[in-house]
Design a protein around this ligand. Structure first.
Ligand code: SAM
Length: 244
C-alpha cells in the first residue's frame, strides 16, 4: 500500500534523495503458527476480530531496532486510531521535528488494548469516521509531515502559504487561460504589483477562513490590518449579495 508514497510525486523524490526513509513491517511476519494468524476472536464475544498483541509487539521491537541502527533512540510511537487526537497542522509541524516516528496501523476491530497501553505514546485520528485500516491514515500523516521537512518541497514557500500554516485557509489560485467559460482571473493578479497581490491574497485567505472555517479565526488573533482587510472583504461580499 505504501507505494502510493514511495513511487509517486514529492514524497517519492524525497525518498529517492534520502531526505527521508520509510520502513514498513508486516506483523504477520512475526507470527509463529502455520496459518500466520495475526487476529483472533474478541474476549467477551461480539462481531469482528482483534489484532493480537504478541506479533505486534515483536514487529514494533524490529522497527525500534532498525531505527536505533540509524541513531534514532526511543522514537515516538503513534497508533493511528479513530479514537485518537484529531490531526491538525500544529501537531504535524511538531512531529516533523522528530528524528523518527513509529506508526502502528490497525485492522479488523482494532488491536489488543494491552499492546496500546504498554507501547503507544500517542493516538492520532484523521477524521471522525472509521475506515478499514490504519495504513491510509499513516500515509496521510507521513505525507503531511514530509511536506514540513526542509528539502522535501522544491519551493519551501509553498508549504508556508498552505492552508492552516498561519491559522488561515489558503487564498484562491488561478492559471492560464485568462478567461475561462466567461470567468476572468481577478484583475489584481495580472498587474504585477506584488504588494497589492500580497494584500489581496491575505484578504482572500481571511475571507475564506471566515466563511468556511470560522472556528479557525476564533483561535487566531487578527492584527489591526488583518481585521480591516476582513471587514472590507465582508462588506464587499455583503454589497454583492445585496446587488443580486
Ligand atoms: N473498532 C474501532 C473503533 O471503532 O474505534 C475501529 C477499527 S477500524 C475498522 C480498523 C483500524 O483502522 C483501526 O485500528 C485504525 O488503525 C484504523 N482507523 C480507522 N479509522 C481511523 C481514523 N479515523 N483515524 C485513524 N485510524 C483509523
Amino acid at each position: 500500500m505504501f507505494s502510493a508514497l514511495t513511487d509517486y510525486g514529492i514524497t517519492k523524490r524525497a525518498f529517492d534523495n534520502n531526505i527521508c526513509t520509510l520502513m514498513t513491517i508486516n506483523p504477520r511476519d512475526f507470527t509463529t503458527d502455520a496459518y500466520r494468524r495475526i487476529d483472533d476472536k474478541a474476549y467477551g464475544g461480539g462481531a469482528g476480530m482483534v489484532m493480537k498483541a504478541e506479533p505486534l509487539d515483536l514487529a514494533l521491537q524490529a522497527g525500534l531496532a532498525a531505527q536505533l541502527k540509524k541513531g534514532i533512540a526511543n522514537p515516538l510511537k503513534i497508533y493511528l486510531s479513530p479514537q485518537g487526537k484529531p490531526i491538525n497542522q500544529e501537531m504535524v509541524n511538531k512531529l516533523s521535528t522528530c528524528k523518527g516516528v513509529v506508526l502502528v496501523c490497525g485492522r479488523y476491530e482494532g488491536i489488543d488494548e494491552r499492546f496500546i497501553e504498554h507501547n503507544i505514546d500517542m493516538e492520532i485520528s484523521i477524521a471522525d469516521t472509521v475506515i478499514s485500516g490504519g495504513e491510509l491514515p499513516a500515509m496521510l500523516l507521513v505525507d503531511s509531515i514530509m511536506r514540513q521537512i526542509p528539502g522535501v518541497l522544491n519551493d519551501q514557500d509553498s508549504a508556508i502559504n498552505d492552508s492552516f500554516m498561519n491559522g488561515l485557509l489558503d487564498y484562491p489560485h488561478y492559471t492560464v487561460p485568462r478567461k475561462y467559460k466567461g470567468m476572468q482571473v481577478p484583475e489584481v493578479l495580472l498587474g504585477g504589483n506584488h504588494e497589492q497581490i500580497r494584500k489581496w491574497r491575505l484578504q482572500m485567505s481571511l475571507l475564506r477562513t471566515k466563511l468556511r472555517r470560522p472556528d479557525l479565526l476564533e483561535r487566531r488573533n487578527l492584527t489591526k490590518i488583518e481585521s480591516r482587510l476582513l471587514e472590507e472583504a465582508l462588506n464587499e461580499v455583503g454589497t454583492r449579495l445585496e446587488g443580486n
